[in-house]
Design a protein around this ligand. Structure first.
Ligand code: NAD
Ligand code: UDX
Length: 462
């Protein structure tokens, strides 16, 4: 039975996943390691409000397990040496250079981990791919481990993570399924069973699915492609609804009641964001192209094309509605995170909408309950559309939603934070320039109430 686990990468996946394993398996010592000292310090912070990740319920889990059987450290070698099972949960961003630039997954962090494990390990280990990886990556990891290691035996398992941010803890407590892929040899099957036994501490056996490594790796990319495709499909319909007098919420409800379609992931929006969907689809497209499957590649790429269009047309609509110019006009942003209940902003639609509006010289005033100034400027500067100083000139970041609204021409809702619904919208209206516009990128607010107050309210898909 596994007694000692280590996880390399203390990010949005490694942190919550290992915290939950530690909570549910008090007999297993779980050590999460990372190169980033600040991140580890934040995980060890006494003040649970200062954990590096905001995720409902995470603080309680950390409080229970931290110091008991859950540890956060930068001593990567030591943790690798001690562990029988090593999860790799490092980032796998889209490549920004060289072959496959803008499309393929950058596997340099994965390779570094594999080389480090090979160098340090003196006893047999099970290495678990928790990061989302291109299909057949396990082969590359195995080659590195077998050729540069100390002659010890490694088993590579694929155990992709399906949690969504904002609901990570509930997703981890009650996963729809846990997927474990491994070699079909007796040693591979033994390793799979050892990981099954870890999850079986709290997940019903029927919900733990075992497959070969390649099916497991590819299933993760497939799941994200299917989910993102649903969002792009409903977003495509939202534009058609706007032209035809149909209402996308009604359409979504009507089709979602068909049990073959189902009601989830049919919310039209300003476009999907997050660190996974775009990256993983691009990765899938790249793999398909590598095998010469151009139709397969084009089919999935269209999901991204539609998403880019959705973000862009939201910004365009603001400009054309505000009499074709936003130059010098203050536009208030409610929300910056890519969805509610997270402080993560990676690929958030808000970044792209802000960027387009700044190009038209709008002044963007931003409030997000969990995202601060430094992150917002980093996100805008990362696009390299203009200099940091210039971004700074056009962006105001406030910690009070009523301040962002004051003297603005329009409010744009970019994230569906619950608290936005209970604001004093009369007070907001009174403080704005008239006519006062609301562009609701999340179909969040009450149209009737806002129109009664006097707002000109526009939403997605109606
Ligand atoms: P993240 O950027 O939040 O965390 C990755 C961490 O790994 C960083 O803290 C980084 O410092 C650390 N790291 C990188 N190289 C390292 C090394 N050699 N040694 C030690 N630490 C190292 O990323 P994330 O969002 O947690 O994603 C991790 C993986 O999980 C990705 O492959 C992603 O696709 C996948 N995934 C993410 C989600 C999600 O919702 N974020 C969900 C499922 C799967
Ligand atoms: C996603 C997958 O859901 C998860 O299983 C995987 O492990 C990681 O990638 P995440 O990116 O955290 O999770 O959030 P998700 O809830 O999938 O939302 C992604 C984006 O799609 C968000 O910007 C969200 O606002 C948007 N979205 C989602 C919609 O616009 N409409 C919907 O109906 C659902």
């Amino acid at each position: 039975m596994i007694k000692n686990i280590c996880c390399i990468g203390a990010g949005y996946v490694g942190g919550p996943t290992m915290a939950v394993i530690a909570k549910k398996c008090p007999h297993i010592k779980v050590t999460v390691v990372d190169l980033n000292q600040d991140r580890i310090d934040a995980w060890n912070n006494e003040d649970l409000k200062k954990l590096p990740i905001y995720e409902p319920g995470l603080d309680e889990v950390v409080q229970e397990a931290r110091g008991r059987n859950l540890f956060f450290s930068t001593e990567v070698d030591k943790a690798i040496e001690e562990a029988e099972m090593i999860f790799i949960s490092v980032n796998t961003p889209t490549k920004t250079y060289g072959v496959g630039k803008g499309m393929a997954a950058d596997l340099k962090y994965i390779e570094l981990c594999a080389r480090q494990i090979a160098r340090v390990a003196k006893e047999d280990k099970i290495v678990v791919e928790k990061s989302t990886l291109p299909v057949r990556t396990a082969q590359a990891i195995k080659n590195i481990l077998d050729h540069t290691g100390n002659g010890v035996n490694f088993q590579i398992l694929s155990n992709p993570e399906f949690l969504a941010e904002g609901t990570a803890i509930e997703d981890l407590f009650e996963p729809d399924r846990v997927l474990i892929g491994g070699d079909t040899t007796p040693e591979g099957e033994k390793a799979i069973q050892q990981l099954v036994d870890v999850y079986a501490n709290w997940v019903a056996k029927d919900n733990i699915l075992t497959t070969n490594v390649w099916s497991s790796e590819l299933s993760k990319l497939t799941a994200n492609a299917f989910l993102a495709q649903r969002v792009s499909s409903i977003n495509a319909m939202s534009e058609l609804c706007e032209k035809t007098g149909a209402d996308v919420n009604e359409v979504a409800k009507a089709i979602g009641m068909d049990s073959r379609i189902g009601p989830k992931f049919l919310k039209a929006s300003v476009g999907f964001g997050g660190s996974c969907f775009q990256k993983d689809i691009l990765n899938l497209v790249y793999i398909a192209k590598t095998y010469g499957l151009n139709e397969v590649a084009d089919y999935w790429e269209q999901v991204i094309v539609m998403n880019d269009h959705q973000k862009r047309r939201f910004a365009k609509n603001i400009i054309s509605t505000l009499y074709n110019t936003v130059s010098g006009k203050k536009i208030a942003f409610l929300g910056w995170a890519f969805k509610k209940d997270t402080n993560d902003t990676r690929e958030s639609a808000a970044i792209y909408v802000a960027d387009d509006l700044i190009s038209e010289q709008a002044i963007i005033s931003i409030f997000d309950p969990k995202v601060g100034k430094e992150q917002i400027l980093l996100d805008l500067n990362y696009l390299e559309t203009r200099s940091g100083e210039e971004n700074n000139k056009y962006v105001q970041i406030e910690s009070d939603p009523y301040k962002v609204a004051k003297d603005s021409h329009a409010i744009a809702v970019l994230t569906e934070w619950d608290e936005f619904k209970s604001y004093d919208w009369q007070k907001i209206y009174d403080s704005m320039l008239k006519p006062a516009f609301v562009f609701d990128g999340r179909n969040l607010l009450d149209k009737k109430e806002l129109e009664k107050i006097g707002f000109i309210y526009q939403t997605i898909g109606s």
